[in-house]
Design a protein around this ligand. Sequence first.
Ligand code: SAM
Length: 226
Amino acid sequence: MKLENVVPWGRNLQEYKEMRLFDDADKYKKILGCGDGPASVNKRLSKVGVDITSIDPIYQFTEEQIRQRIEETSSIVSEQLRLNSNDFVWKNMKNVEELISLRLDAMREFLNDYEIGKEQGRYQHQELPKLNFKDDEFDLAWSSHFLFLYSEHFDEEFHKQAIAEMLRVAKEVRVFPLLDLQNRKSKHLGAILKYLEKNNYRYEIIQSDYEFQKGAKELIRIWKSI
Ligand SMILES: C[S@@+](CC[C@H](N)C(=O)[O-])C[C@H]1O[C@@H](n2cnc3c(N)ncnc32)[C@H](O)[C@@H]1O
């Protein structure tokens, strides 16, 4: 991963809750966030004692490099959002300005926590589809806005391997959303569901309370036991 290709973009704990990736009932679980990037969820949850580790390829960069990259890219992202504003639901966030300010707040919070979190092992430079953790080391592993969303960049095999790896290290996996960047149901979803059924994984697709990208309001929960 090259820094010039990274567009840092991070959500906050409230959004993870609305997506139904995290619920207060999960607070005693050992959690692995896959692709949490510059989201503030790790900072917020670890502050209240939740055992959470996040992995992401951007954690190979320093705080200063990520900060600079946020500064370089936020005006480009704002412009893109303005141009494509019809693709989004302006309900919780009223307009692009409010959205950008929410994202920048979350990323600032992440940056302030990043170096200490790295020292504590809460932010680890690892990437799917291969994780350096033991079998069943976590109770819950999630992906927010990575798997399925980038279906044009990552193929079906990558999705299978990534989900199988998350299920190796955690008892339950949750992924949001199930749509790709063009707001279409991910072209890999059908194959992944077949793969889960064939390998006796149990899953359910449920509605979240979150919809920003139009139509992206479903979450999949997967368990390895029948
Ligand atoms: C759109 S961001 C989502 C960030 C955060 N999860 C959120 O919802 O706010 C997608 C993230 O996936 C990360 N990513 C890219 N390739 C990855 C891989 N192979 N394994 C894990 N994460 C990856 C990116 O670095 C980026 O931080």
